[in-house]
Design a protein. Structure first.
Length: 218
């Protein structure tokens, strides 16, 4: 059976969802911090790709919530802790490797303009790092389980399509919001004198994100 988007949600429900999703995107969080870290390291391009990767993780959480997998994280303290610690270790390792690479390095003079400075990580790597970071945040999964179902109306049919639509909308808003953060951070980045400082700032932010995730509670 086919459901048109306007048949899935009433105006009030969808309007409320957009307002709630917008507030969620604007609120500072670890996703924005990661976008800033990657932008500082590799320029606006790196920040934009990271924002896309993070929101691919958002789509992954949408699928999990629709299938009920997020309920496992909500019900099981062990599962929540395992996913949380894997995500924390992942971020700490990334940050530590980045900081270690700055020791003994010589300052590099800044370029004349733009994003030419700093290492250029492959696009696939930036996307993958963003997606993995988003997927390994159990707090996001639990949030999705509590947040999305409030706006799903089973009586209208197409429950999975409703979940998918809400997830795509949230991911789209997320990309737009995080991209704005990347552009702003990219402008600030150009004022930095050496690439060594960029790596140190990025590594420190990743380490802080990992430590913060390790102490997250359900």
């Amino acid at each position: 059976m086919h459901w048109a988007p306007w048949e899935l949600f009433d105006a009030t429900t969808f309007g409320t969802y957009l307002a709630a999703a917008g507030a969620l995107i604007v609120a500072p969080g670890p996703g924005q911090a990661l976008v800033v870290a990657r932008t500082v390291q590799g320029g606006t391009r790196a920040g934009l790709l990271t924002s896309i990767g993070l929101n691919l993780g958002t789509l992954g959480h949408t699928v999990a919530a629709a299938l009920g997998l997020s309920a496992l994280l909500l019900a099981s303290a062990t599962a929540f802790t395992v996913v949380k610690l894997v995500g924390a270790v992942y971020l700490v390792v990334l940050g530590t490797r980045m900081l270690a690479g700055t020791f003994g390095s010589r300052p590099v003079a800044p370029p004349v303009s733009g994003d030419a400075a700093g290492p250029k990580l492959p696009s696939s790597r930036l996307l993958a790092h963003g997606a993995v970071t988003g997927l390994l945040n159990p707090k996001v999964a639990v949030f999705f389980l509590a947040f999305l179902p409030q706006f799903v109306r089973p009586e209208r049919g197409g429950v999975l399509i409703q979940f998918a639509t809400l997830g795509v909308v949230l991911a789209t808003l997320g990309v737009l919001g995080d991209s704005l953060v990347a552009v702003v951070a990219g402008r600030t980045r150009r004022r930095m004198a050496t690439s060594g400082w960029r790596e140190r700032i990025t590594g420190s932010l990743l380490l802080a994100l990992g430590v913060r995730l390790a102490f997250v509670r359900r």
